[in-house]
Design a protein around this ligand. Structure first.
Ligand SMILES: C[S@@+](CC[C@H](N)C(=O)[O-])C[C@H]1O[C@@H](n2cnc3c(N)ncnc32)[C@H](O)[C@@H]1O
Length: 277
């Protein structure tokens, strides 16, 4: 069943800075997994594919990385990368045998989906015993502006960042979901569950501020229905390119987990109890 629409367009102006900001974090997380040549991997909501390509390089020519997205326009298939267009709002019905995947990765995707919690059990079903799952989400946090040219600019940046977060939340993005994935994965009987939260300084002109500028551009029509006007949004765009601006960027939480090995006491797939949506 298809429900709420995804709130962004897959534009390189959004996805390239997003990748520049998050790829170092995701690569650090992936480095904790003993990925081997020949592994079969699924990238759920692969976007512009930087992590798909990183995984393809890691599993090598004998491996497979299946990149799934609603919009596959920025994803290129290769001998290792298979690209599959699929709407996750309809579930995780993919051409993959249960128990056949070594690793599933999904970043900044589930928070946008109303059926986010219902997708976790099917993900674990696709993993082999001992297979790994890495999820990452932007999590709501109060904006913190370290420096802006004037007090009015400081206030404006704060106001626009919160308007972006509030607009996304009103449109169905769950910006608390990243705080709940750890418990949800424990409920599913996953082992080695570990979460990590980060928020880095973003400087005007850098990728984080480019991402914020693009988020404001993409949500512009809805932001203009709040207390903001055209002049405010134009000034916000200028400030996001101003190297004297410094702020705390979006908070990001990643959660790594492992499906129990065969014979492990937790080798089962219990139903979740702590959170349903
Ligand atoms: C914020 S982007 C993240 C892209 C990529 N995972 C990354 O972190 O670089 C969210 C991605 O989820 C995809 N997406 C959103 N709704 C979807 C749906 N219903 N089914 C499949 N993909 C969806 C979008 O097309 C987009 O590529």
């Amino acid at each position: 069943m298809t429900t709420t629409a995804y709130q962004f367009r897959n534009d390189p102006q959004q996805l390239v800075p997003l990748q520049q900001v998050l790829d170092p974090i995701t690569r650090y997380d992936l480095a904790k997994i003993p990925i081997r040549a020949g592994w079969r991997v699924l990238d759920v909501g692969a976007g512009a594919g930087s992590i798909t390509r990183h995984l393809a390089d890691t599993v090598g020519p004998t491996g497979v990385v299946l990149a799934v997205d609603l919009d596959t326009g920025l994803l290129d298939p290769t001998d290792v990368i298979a690209v599959h267009q699929h709407d996750l709002r309809n579930g995780l019905d993919l051409p993959i045998a249960p128990g056949s995947l070594d690793l599933i990765h999904s970043r900044c995707v589930l928070e946008h989906l109303a059926n986010r919690a219902d997708l976790l059990a099917p993900m674990t079903t696709l993993l082999r015993p001992g297979g790994w799952l890495l999820l990452g989400e932007i999590v709501y946090s109060r904006a913190l502006i370290h420096h802006a040219p004037t007090g009015a600019d400081h206030h404006l940046i704060y106001q626009v960042i919160h308007a972006i977060l509030d607009t996304l939340a009103t449109g169905g993005t769950d910006l608390d979901w990243g705080d709940h994935t750890h418990a949800a994965l424990l409920d599913l009987g996953m082992t080695h569950v570990h979460s990590r939260t980060r928020a880095d300084t973003w400087t005007g002109g850098g990728p984080g501020c480019q991402l914020l500028a693009d988020n404001a551009r993409q949500l512009q029509d809805r932001l203009l229905r709040s207390d903001l006007n055209d002049t405010d949004l134009r000034r916000f765009g200028e400030l996001m390119a101003d190297p004297t601006v410094a702020l705390r960027g979006y908070q990001y939480t990643s959660t790594l987990a492992r499906k129990p090995e065969l014979g492990h006491p937790l080798h089962r797939v219990p139903t979740g109890t702590r959170r349903s949506g």
